[in-house]
Design a protein around this ligand. Structure first.
Ligand code: FAD
Length: 469
């Protein structure tokens, strides 16, 4: 009987343990993607990017003589329906780690097993399953460096090749058409604007990995901090949707390390930051919903999204060039440089004293590389409420940061049009992307700071001094 291969955030053919096992069984394989309520709950940009990923992956499967069956509805009911229609005796999938997916998958596995269906979950999204990395006392890691030391010498599974062909069933069940799903419907900022920045699919991800390791990794230790330089791998959107596996990145990074390329170890360490984020999310799911350090629940964060300062922050109109450049970059490209992420998060949670959840949600709506674990960890790291976080009293000065990391204003110049005789095309694209009701024009004067760095720093430190924990 056929095997249903339920694809989620693992849109690749190579190094896919569930697909590999299904193909090796010799049974017909029916790949399926289900648009359930978790998919519908995604933010605008991640959902748009997922739609592109699904469409592209459908093409990759077709090249192997297979298909991606698209269905909409409750995941369990949909799988049961497909089992009834196809006579499938097994359902395989790649494990997910965020609390909502885990709850859904646990429920589904049990129900399928009760119905005597062979329901199996496989690894592939992570190199180190979160429960396999333990401290000496049997607990989980709360600090990155010891986590890194615990995993860095482990054997990482060698990547599996893509199957030569995928055994097809005698007849295919019905499928929705991806165009009818309108995964771009919430992209009122103009999907057309983000699209050119997308690096779509497994082939593109592999090429980018190769090019990064051949030409960029040697300089990565310095260029990774410079938002005006294209010096990082840009693989986060592919890792987020499983268009490349961390194992593939790790082994390629190891080869570069063995060839003596400086920067390769830092790249491996970054991959392990992603693993660490999942480790934390698995062991403390509340990292995505509430202050990881519980005492921070008493901190006087502003939680009102309607505040003018929050609006200005989201719109990239704070009057602080580094902050505005980064937020505009995200709006136009669906990405933001890591240094930008740290600066905008610090400005929101410290200078503006706003809750990190406001920023986390905005990122969740705007990032094509949105990742439940890295986003939550990144925000709590920046806000000072998380594990191994930067202390709250360490307030980034966005002006000196700009002088240090964007000395020639390549980044600020790329994203800020106001007051410039010849604005960069990308800076102008921002004004094409934003909703009219934001009432901004490239001809406006650049705004004065809504909160000056010195004033904001003082206010943040006072709030911190006066906290009652
Ligand atoms: P590279 O520098 O090439 O690094 C290689 C890979 O390592 C990345 O693709 C990513 O998978 C991983 N990585 C690198 N830095 C980190 C990090 N700090 N934490 C976890 N993994 C990391 N990353 C996301 O993928 N999705 C998010 O939603 C996300 N939200 C963030 C929010 C905040 C407030 C902060 C401070 C960071 C966030 N990050 C997030 C982490 C980081 O900014 C991005 O992973 C990185 O900028 C992606 O660019 P790259 O692929 O070129 O990274």
């Amino acid at each position: 009987s056929p095997i249903l291969l339920w694809f989620r955030r693992d849109l690749r053919l190579s190094d896919h343990p569930a697909l590999d096992a299904a193909c090796k069984s010799g049974r017909p394989v029916i790949p399926v993607f289900i648009r359930d309520d978790l998919v519908d709950g995604l933010g605008a940009a991640p959902k748009f990017r997922l739609g592109l990923g699904i469409e592209h992956f459908g093409g990759s499967l077709a090249d192997k003589g297979s298909r991606l069956i698209l269905r909409q509805g409750d995941a369990l009911e949909t799988l049961q329906e497909l089992i009834a229609q196809t006579g499938a005796g097994a359902v395989y999938w790649t494990r997910a780690y965020d609390p909502d997916s885990t709850a859904r998958d646990t429920r589904i596995k049990q129900a399928l097993k009760d119905a005597e269906i062979d329901a199996r979950s496989f690894g592939g999204h992570l190199m180190f399953e979160p429960w396999t990395v333990e401290t000496k006392t049997g607990g989980f890691y709360k600090v990155y460096t010891p986590f890194w030391k615990a995993v860095k010498d482990r054997d990482v599974d060698a990547p599996l090749s893509a199957p030569g062909t995928i055994p097809a069933p005698d007849s295919w069940p019905d499928s929705d058409a991806i165009a009818d799903w309108r995964m771009d419907a919430a992209m009122d900022r103009g999907a057309q604007i983000v699209r050119p920045f997308v690096q779509l699919g497994e082939g593109a991800a592999q090429s980018r990995l190769g090019a990064f390791l051949a030409h960029k990794v040697a300089e990565y230790d310095t260029t990774r901090d410079l938002p005006g330089v294209d010096g990082t791998s840009c693989l986060s959107e592919n890792l987020a949707l499983g268009e490349i596996s961390p194992h593939q990145c790790w082994h390629a990074g190891m080869r570069a390390l063995n060839e003596g390329k400086s920067g390769a170890e830092t790249f491996l360490k970054e991959l392990v930051w992603r693993e660490f984020a999942y480790h934390l999310l698995h062991h403390t799911p509340r990292i995505a919903t509430s202050n990881w350090r519980e005492e921070w629940e008493a901190f006087p964060w502003n939680e009102d999204e309607r505040l003018a300062e929050v609006k200005a922050w989201k719109q990239g109109r704070t009057g602080i060039p580094f902050v505005d450049a980064a937020l505009r970059e995200m709006y136009v490209t669906g990405r933001m440089h890591n240094r930008g992420r740290m600066i905008v998060a610090s400005y929101l949670t410290k200078h503006l004293l706003c809750h990190w959840k406001i920023g986390m949600r905005w990122f969740e709506d705007c990032l094509i590389d949105w990742d439940p674990a890295s986003n939550a960890m990144g925000w709590q790291w920046s806000a000072g409420s998380g594990p191994d976080a930067t202390p709250y009293f360490r307030v980034f000065n966005p002006e000196t940061q700009l002088d240090k990391f964007d000395k020639n204003r390549d980044y600020a110049g790329r994203w800020i049009a106001e007051g410039r005789a010849n604005p960069h095309d990308d800076a102008l694209a921002y004004f094409d992307a934003i909703p009219r009701q934001w009432g901004m024009s490239a001809d406006d004067a650049y705004p004065d700071p809504i909160v000056k760095p010195g004033d904001g720093r003082k206010r943040a430190l006072e709030a911190y001094e006066n906290r009652n924990f």
